[in-house]
Design a protein around this ligand. Sequence first.
Ligand SMILES: O=C(O)[C@H](O)[C@@H](O)[C@H](O)[C@H](O)COP(=O)(O)O
Length: 262
Amino acid sequence: MHLIRAVKSDIRVVANAEELSLKAAEEFVHRAEEAVQARGIFTIALAGGSTPKSLYTLLASDTASFREQVPWNKVHFFWGDERHVPPDHPESNYRMVQERLLSQVPVPPENVHRILAENPDPGKAADEYEQVLRHFFKLHEGKWPRFDLVLLGMGSDGHTASLFPVTNVIHEQRHLVAASWVEKQNTYRVTLTPPVLNNALCTIFLVSGSEKAETLRAVLEGNPEPDRFPAQIIRPKQGSLLWLVDRAAARFLRLEQEENHG
Ligand SMILES: O=C(O)[C@H](O)[C@@H](O)[C@H](O)[C@H](O)COP(=O)(O)O
Protein backbone atom coordinates (compact mmCIF):
# COMPACT_ATOMS: atom_id res chain seq x y z
CA MET A 1 0.00 0.00 0.00
CA HIS A 2 1.37 3.45 -0.78
CA LEU A 3 0.02 6.94 -0.44
CA ILE A 4 0.09 8.95 -3.67
CA ARG A 5 -1.12 12.50 -3.99
CA ALA A 6 -3.11 12.95 -7.16
CA VAL A 7 -4.64 16.23 -8.26
CA LYS A 8 -6.50 17.69 -5.24
CA SER A 9 -7.12 14.35 -3.57
CA ASP A 10 -5.22 11.56 -1.93
CA ILE A 11 -5.25 8.17 -3.53
CA ARG A 12 -4.37 5.12 -1.52
CA VAL A 13 -3.84 2.03 -3.64
CA VAL A 14 -4.29 -1.27 -1.86
CA ALA A 15 -3.76 -4.78 -3.15
CA ASN A 16 -7.33 -6.02 -3.30
CA ALA A 17 -10.93 -5.66 -2.08
CA GLU A 18 -10.13 -7.33 1.24
CA GLU A 19 -7.38 -4.82 2.05
CA LEU A 20 -9.72 -2.03 0.90
CA SER A 21 -12.23 -3.01 3.58
CA LEU A 22 -9.48 -3.33 6.17
CA LYS A 23 -8.15 0.17 5.48
CA ALA A 24 -11.66 1.59 5.37
CA ALA A 25 -12.43 0.01 8.75
CA GLU A 26 -9.26 1.56 10.19
CA GLU A 27 -10.32 4.96 8.86
CA PHE A 28 -13.83 4.49 10.28
CA VAL A 29 -12.48 3.73 13.77
CA HIS A 30 -9.97 6.57 13.61
CA ARG A 31 -12.62 9.11 12.54
CA ALA A 32 -15.10 7.82 15.10
CA GLU A 33 -12.62 8.11 17.96
CA GLU A 34 -11.60 11.59 16.80
CA ALA A 35 -15.19 12.84 16.47
CA VAL A 36 -16.38 11.41 19.78
CA GLN A 37 -13.38 12.87 21.56
CA ALA A 38 -14.00 16.30 20.00
CA ARG A 39 -17.80 16.48 19.95
CA GLY A 40 -19.19 13.49 21.80
CA ILE A 41 -20.79 11.94 18.71
CA PHE A 42 -19.78 10.57 15.29
CA THR A 43 -22.03 11.21 12.30
CA ILE A 44 -21.59 9.17 9.15
CA ALA A 45 -23.38 9.04 5.80
CA LEU A 46 -23.09 5.51 4.47
CA ALA A 47 -22.55 4.30 0.93
CA GLY A 48 -24.84 1.69 -0.57
CA GLY A 49 -24.13 -0.81 -3.31
CA SER A 50 -21.89 -3.87 -3.03
CA THR A 51 -18.36 -2.51 -2.40
CA PRO A 52 -18.94 -1.46 1.22
CA LYS A 53 -20.72 -4.71 2.19
CA SER A 54 -17.53 -6.37 3.40
CA LEU A 55 -16.56 -3.22 5.30
CA TYR A 56 -19.84 -3.25 7.23
CA THR A 57 -19.43 -6.98 7.94
CA LEU A 58 -15.83 -6.41 9.11
CA LEU A 59 -16.84 -3.61 11.48
CA ALA A 60 -19.39 -5.92 13.13
CA SER A 61 -17.10 -8.95 13.22
CA ASP A 62 -16.11 -10.20 16.65
CA THR A 63 -12.99 -11.82 15.20
CA ALA A 64 -11.56 -8.50 13.93
CA SER A 65 -10.40 -5.78 16.33
CA PHE A 66 -12.67 -2.98 15.09
CA ARG A 67 -15.92 -3.78 16.84
CA GLU A 68 -14.71 -3.16 20.35
CA GLN A 69 -12.94 0.06 19.37
CA VAL A 70 -16.11 1.83 18.23
CA PRO A 71 -18.29 3.74 20.77
CA TRP A 72 -21.44 2.43 19.04
CA ASN A 73 -23.84 4.32 21.29
CA LYS A 74 -22.31 7.59 20.06
CA VAL A 75 -22.45 6.79 16.34
CA HIS A 76 -25.29 8.27 14.27
CA PHE A 77 -25.91 6.53 10.96
CA PHE A 78 -27.32 8.29 7.93
CA TRP A 79 -27.42 7.23 4.28
CA GLY A 80 -25.86 9.02 1.32
CA ASP A 81 -28.66 7.72 -0.87
CA GLU A 82 -31.44 5.18 -1.05
CA ARG A 83 -33.32 3.32 -3.69
CA HIS A 84 -37.06 4.05 -3.98
CA VAL A 85 -38.03 0.82 -2.25
CA PRO A 86 -39.29 -0.26 1.21
CA PRO A 87 -36.68 -0.92 3.94
CA ASP A 88 -37.10 -4.71 3.68
CA HIS A 89 -36.59 -4.76 -0.10
CA PRO A 90 -33.52 -6.68 -1.41
CA GLU A 91 -32.38 -3.48 -3.16
CA SER A 92 -32.62 -1.33 -0.01
CA ASN A 93 -29.34 0.22 1.15
CA TYR A 94 -30.82 0.45 4.62
CA ARG A 95 -31.56 -3.30 4.62
CA MET A 96 -28.02 -4.07 3.44
CA VAL A 97 -26.49 -2.09 6.34
CA GLN A 98 -29.07 -3.37 8.85
CA GLU A 99 -28.26 -7.00 8.02
CA ARG A 100 -24.48 -6.64 8.00
CA LEU A 101 -23.87 -4.09 10.70
CA LEU A 102 -26.74 -2.52 12.62
CA SER A 103 -28.28 -5.83 13.68
CA GLN A 104 -24.87 -7.00 14.94
CA VAL A 105 -23.66 -4.08 17.10
CA PRO A 106 -25.20 -2.12 20.03
CA VAL A 107 -26.39 0.97 18.12
CA PRO A 108 -29.43 2.57 19.78
CA PRO A 109 -32.38 2.62 17.34
CA GLU A 110 -32.66 6.40 17.72
CA ASN A 111 -29.16 6.68 16.23
CA VAL A 112 -30.27 5.15 12.94
CA HIS A 113 -31.63 7.79 10.56
CA ARG A 114 -32.75 6.00 7.44
CA ILE A 115 -34.33 7.57 4.36
CA LEU A 116 -38.05 6.67 4.39
CA ALA A 117 -37.96 5.57 0.78
CA GLU A 118 -41.15 3.53 1.10
CA ASN A 119 -43.05 6.78 0.57
CA PRO A 120 -44.81 6.41 -2.80
CA ASP A 121 -43.77 9.99 -3.54
CA PRO A 122 -39.93 10.07 -3.72
CA GLY A 123 -39.99 13.86 -3.58
CA LYS A 124 -41.75 13.69 -0.23
CA ALA A 125 -39.22 11.11 0.99
CA ALA A 126 -36.46 13.56 0.05
CA ASP A 127 -38.21 16.46 1.79
CA GLU A 128 -38.74 14.36 4.91
CA TYR A 129 -35.05 13.42 5.02
CA GLU A 130 -34.08 17.02 4.54
CA GLN A 131 -36.11 17.88 7.65
CA VAL A 132 -34.43 15.03 9.55
CA LEU A 133 -31.06 16.55 8.69
CA ARG A 134 -32.13 20.12 9.50
CA HIS A 135 -33.47 19.00 12.86
CA PHE A 136 -30.57 16.75 13.80
CA PHE A 137 -27.86 19.22 12.82
CA LYS A 138 -29.90 22.18 14.12
CA LEU A 139 -29.52 23.97 10.80
CA HIS A 140 -30.62 27.52 10.08
CA GLU A 141 -31.67 28.42 6.54
CA GLY A 142 -28.72 28.36 4.14
CA LYS A 143 -26.61 26.13 6.35
CA TRP A 144 -25.41 22.65 5.40
CA PRO A 145 -24.96 19.59 7.64
CA ARG A 146 -21.34 18.61 8.25
CA PHE A 147 -20.93 14.84 8.53
CA ASP A 148 -17.80 13.61 10.25
CA LEU A 149 -17.46 10.99 7.55
CA VAL A 150 -19.11 10.39 4.18
CA LEU A 151 -18.50 7.03 2.53
CA LEU A 152 -19.03 6.93 -1.23
CA GLY A 153 -18.81 4.35 -3.95
CA MET A 154 -18.43 4.98 -7.66
CA GLY A 155 -20.32 3.23 -10.43
CA SER A 156 -18.55 2.22 -13.64
CA ASP A 157 -20.56 5.02 -15.27
CA GLY A 158 -18.98 7.54 -12.90
CA HIS A 159 -22.00 8.09 -10.66
CA THR A 160 -21.65 8.44 -6.90
CA ALA A 161 -24.36 8.30 -4.24
CA SER A 162 -27.34 8.73 -6.57
CA LEU A 163 -25.82 11.50 -8.63
CA PHE A 164 -26.11 9.86 -12.04
CA PRO A 165 -24.75 11.24 -15.31
CA VAL A 166 -26.81 13.94 -16.99
CA THR A 167 -29.28 14.39 -14.14
CA ASN A 168 -30.27 17.75 -12.65
CA VAL A 169 -29.40 16.73 -9.12
CA ILE A 170 -25.70 17.04 -10.02
CA HIS A 171 -26.22 20.82 -10.04
CA GLU A 172 -28.59 21.05 -7.06
CA GLN A 173 -27.42 23.89 -4.82
CA ARG A 174 -30.52 24.68 -2.74
CA HIS A 175 -31.78 21.42 -1.26
CA LEU A 176 -29.95 19.04 1.09
CA VAL A 177 -31.73 15.98 -0.28
CA ALA A 178 -33.35 15.37 -3.67
CA ALA A 179 -35.25 12.71 -5.56
CA SER A 180 -33.82 11.89 -8.96
CA TRP A 181 -35.24 9.82 -11.85
CA VAL A 182 -32.59 7.35 -13.08
CA GLU A 183 -33.55 6.56 -16.68
CA LYS A 184 -31.30 3.54 -17.14
CA GLN A 185 -32.64 1.93 -13.98
CA ASN A 186 -36.20 3.02 -14.64
CA THR A 187 -36.55 4.10 -11.02
CA TYR A 188 -36.27 7.02 -8.65
CA ARG A 189 -33.44 7.43 -6.14
CA VAL A 190 -33.25 9.69 -3.10
CA THR A 191 -29.83 11.24 -2.55
CA LEU A 192 -27.84 13.76 -0.57
CA THR A 193 -26.93 16.64 -2.84
CA PRO A 194 -23.44 17.90 -3.78
CA PRO A 195 -23.37 20.79 -1.25
CA VAL A 196 -24.01 18.30 1.58
CA LEU A 197 -21.59 15.71 0.24
CA ASN A 198 -18.93 18.40 -0.19
CA ASN A 199 -19.35 19.71 3.34
CA ALA A 200 -18.07 16.65 5.20
CA LEU A 201 -15.04 16.70 7.44
CA CYS A 202 -13.80 13.54 5.75
CA THR A 203 -14.93 11.89 2.53
CA ILE A 204 -13.72 8.45 1.49
CA PHE A 205 -14.42 6.83 -1.87
CA LEU A 206 -14.22 3.04 -1.95
CA VAL A 207 -13.51 1.78 -5.47
CA SER A 208 -12.71 -1.80 -6.33
CA GLY A 209 -12.51 -3.86 -9.49
CA SER A 210 -11.07 -3.66 -12.97
CA GLU A 211 -14.46 -2.74 -14.47
CA LYS A 212 -14.04 0.70 -12.88
CA ALA A 213 -10.45 1.34 -13.97
CA GLU A 214 -11.19 3.35 -17.12
CA THR A 215 -13.80 5.49 -15.35
CA LEU A 216 -11.52 6.05 -12.35
CA ARG A 217 -8.80 7.32 -14.67
CA ALA A 218 -11.28 9.67 -16.37
CA VAL A 219 -12.61 10.93 -13.02
CA LEU A 220 -9.23 11.53 -11.42
CA GLU A 221 -7.02 12.37 -14.37
CA GLY A 222 -9.33 13.30 -17.23
CA ASN A 223 -10.89 16.65 -18.06
CA PRO A 224 -13.54 18.00 -15.68
CA GLU A 225 -16.83 16.65 -17.05
CA PRO A 226 -19.08 16.30 -13.97
CA ASP A 227 -22.23 15.77 -16.03
CA ARG A 228 -20.57 12.77 -17.61
CA PHE A 229 -18.69 11.70 -14.48
CA PRO A 230 -20.62 12.97 -11.43
CA ALA A 231 -18.00 11.60 -9.02
CA GLN A 232 -15.94 14.62 -10.14
CA ILE A 233 -18.44 16.91 -8.42
CA ILE A 234 -17.12 15.67 -5.06
CA ARG A 235 -14.57 18.32 -4.13
CA PRO A 236 -14.88 18.90 -0.37
CA LYS A 237 -14.50 22.60 0.43
CA GLN A 238 -12.58 22.09 3.65
CA GLY A 239 -12.63 18.41 4.49
CA SER A 240 -10.25 15.68 3.45
CA LEU A 241 -10.89 13.50 0.40
CA LEU A 242 -9.40 10.04 0.21
CA TRP A 243 -9.77 7.64 -2.69
CA LEU A 244 -9.28 4.14 -1.34
CA VAL A 245 -8.87 2.02 -4.47
CA ASP A 246 -7.62 -1.45 -5.17
CA ARG A 247 -4.93 -2.23 -7.72
CA ALA A 248 -7.43 -3.56 -10.27
CA ALA A 249 -9.36 -0.28 -10.25
CA ALA A 250 -6.17 1.81 -10.23
CA ARG A 251 -4.47 0.08 -13.14
CA PHE A 252 -4.93 2.95 -15.65
CA LEU A 253 -3.96 5.77 -13.27
CA ARG A 254 -0.83 7.82 -14.02
CA LEU A 255 0.02 7.71 -10.34
CA GLU A 256 2.65 10.09 -9.06
CA GLN A 257 5.07 8.64 -6.58
CA GLU A 258 4.45 9.61 -2.97
CA GLU A 259 5.67 13.20 -2.56
CA ASN A 260 7.81 12.59 0.50
CA HIS A 261 9.44 9.21 0.16
CA GLY A 262 10.07 9.18 3.87
O1 LIG B 1 -27.08 3.03 -3.87
C1 LIG B 1 -26.02 2.74 -4.41
O2 LIG B 1 -25.85 1.79 -5.18
C2 LIG B 1 -24.78 3.53 -4.08
O3 LIG B 1 -24.98 4.57 -3.33
C3 LIG B 1 -24.04 3.80 -5.34
O4 LIG B 1 -23.58 5.11 -5.51
C4 LIG B 1 -22.84 2.87 -5.32
O5 LIG B 1 -21.90 3.36 -4.37
C5 LIG B 1 -22.22 2.76 -6.67
O6 LIG B 1 -23.23 2.36 -7.57
C6 LIG B 1 -21.12 1.69 -6.66
O7 LIG B 1 -21.77 0.47 -6.40
P1 LIG B 1 -20.93 -0.88 -6.20
O8 LIG B 1 -20.18 -0.70 -4.92
O9 LIG B 1 -22.00 -1.94 -6.12
O10 LIG B 1 -20.03 -1.02 -7.39
